[in-house]
Design a protein around this ligand. Sequence first.
Ligand SMILES: Cc1cc2nc3c(=O)[nH]c(=O)nc-3n(C[C@H](O)[C@H](O)[C@H](O)COP(=O)(O)OP(=O)(O)OC[C@H]3O[C@@H](n4cnc5c(N)ncnc54)[C@H](O)[C@@H]3O)c2cc1C
Length: 371
Amino acid sequence: MTGVDVLVVGAGLAGLHTATLLAQGGHDVLLVERRPSLTGAIRTTGIFVRKTLDDFPLPAECLGPPIRRVVLYPPGLRRPVTLVSDRDEYRVGDMAPLYVAAARAAADAGVRIALGTRYAGRRDDAFLLAGPDGPTRVRARFVVGADGARSKVARDLALDRNDHLLIGAEEVFEVSGHERPPTFHCVLDPSLAPGYLAWVVNDGRHAHVGVAGYAHRFPGGMRSALERFGTSAPGLPVAERPHDVERRGGPIPVGGLLRRIGCAGGLLVGDAAGAVSPLTAGGLDPCLRLSELAADVLHDALRAGRPDALAHYDGAVLRARFRGRLLLRRGLAQVRTPAVAAAAFGVLRTPPGRAAARRILFGDRSFPVPR
Ligand SMILES: Cc1cc2nc3c(=O)[nH]c(=O)nc-3n(C[C@H](O)[C@H](O)[C@H](O)COP(=O)(O)OP(=O)(O)OC[C@H]3O[C@@H](n4cnc5c(N)ncnc54)[C@H](O)[C@@H]3O)c2cc1C
């Protein structure tokens, strides 16, 4: 049986970033990922917000053209509201090469990466892994649950677990510079996307057409909502029917950061910790920022040999800063019919409504993590 300082479960952005920072700190890190390849079964649209692009050195060749224009639509798509920023607000990541680049950085820092290897649980003082060569056991001083919204590590560590989830699905295909300028189209229609949005992001290279909402509220199911939206979605080339369509999707935790995300045995990062904006459902910026805090805390715990240092990794303290966004999430969840959505949309046509939308879409706030 091998022994490591830290076992990181899940090679999404949260796991890759946490593992890299820990290895850079001189620790022995094993990162396990159940997918056989990092380029398959991608879940996210990959929209990175300006604050993330400013603060994290993402490889420029893995990012699409900047987006400054957002168009908001009511049900029926009539009289949309267009917001244009004078700064580059978003870029869509080319996620497959981006994950590969992040894995290369992790390996360069000394992380051992085991793909096709599933974390299967904990027995006595060892973690059980199921890999291509059969089951193995590994001993680790700490385990990091970076294993997504339905974290098994959270369950095994008896930490909090996400119970407020949206479900999202999208289709991605190439477009040929049809739309200028690159635009993020958001449709607020609970008959298409109950509790959230239907979207088209067209940056002139790729179009992402998606819906997300509360799973049990999709009339006819999420797949049929996505198909329906695909036939009327704004911002797409009319004539072009794509040949190659990549499908993505998965759960999105929007109940806010969980309270208990660390204990003496380990901690949670990314979606596993509920580190997603309850309002916008953006999780890429939160997962990077929380990973930095997690790596700092683990570094201290490993250096001092004191597992109780993980007590400082307290979700309840951070969660308090999400009160406003949690309230707005509750409000969005109440919008159940197109008529109510159309009435609420009227607010966005007023100057204060537009100003509030600009603050949410183009603001300088990011996931609040103390340094
Ligand atoms: C449809 C959709 C669109 C989205 N679009 C955006 C967006 O545009 N911008 C944005 O900011 N956020 C977006 N999000 C949210 C964002 O993608 C996530 O918050 C973020 O990717 C979370 O990263 P993560 O590393 O925590 O989790 P994940 O990327 O889910 O990674 C978890 C990893 O753990 C692995 N794993 C799970 N269980 C095990 C196990 N037992 N053993 C080994 N490995 C395991 C999984 O295979 C996976 O690779 C979107 C989410 C969805 C579903």
